[in-house]
Ligand binder design. Sequence first.
Ligand code: HPA
Length: 246
Amino acid sequence: MSVLGVIGGTGLNRIDGVTIAETRALSTPWGLPSAPAQRLVWSNGECWFLPRHGEGHTIAPHRINYRANIHALAMLGVTDVLSVAAVGGIDPANRPGDLALPEDLIDYTWGRAHTFADGVEAPLRHVEFAPPFDARWRRRVLSAAGEAGVTLDDRAILGVTQGPRLETAAEIRRLARDGCTLVGMTSMPEAALAVEAGLAYSILAVVVNPAAGTVDGSIHAAIEASLDAGMVQVRRLLDRLVAVHG
Ligand code: HPA
């Protein structure tokens, strides 16, 4: 049986209009997750939901306990994780309000507890990470998006930066030279931990601003202007995904 887990990012600290059937405050060998997990019930399906930054969006990207979050979802029996993440668009084709299902990523983060399997707390393992996202799960998400009338850029390459500050223009030019088309702060080590935990994982990236230096104007103003529109699309896709999942 497959069980859907949704990790919510900026703009998705909770999912409204569905029943919270159960709330589970779990403690894991890696510490506490960002929040209690909620089992959400739609009329035609259900999923587990965990807000990555906490219920009040207070946990910075580098302070999130990614290991506890992924372990908690595995404890709940989740098999397929859709991880929603607000991102900046580096490629001008990725405009605010657009959605993407990245096909690859580059990790620029540092100093985060990034493995379950470092040979100290658990036996050393070198998991394969090319591609980083489960192909079968991505196809299912893409097909649900098609049915929901939601367009996803499935060729995007996501650069994951440390934050919490936004990037300099020169950093974004470097990411562009590296091949990144999107930039976010939270998909690593989350994605790699999901692979170590044996979960199918993919990222639903919501473009909320043009990346630093790619256009004039305030990034925060761009985020404010586009976050809600992006989340309406996320919700359309989630409604469909929940209905066809399982
Ligand atoms: N950079 C990094 N992370 C982000 C951005 C950005 O421009 N927008 C939303 N998350």
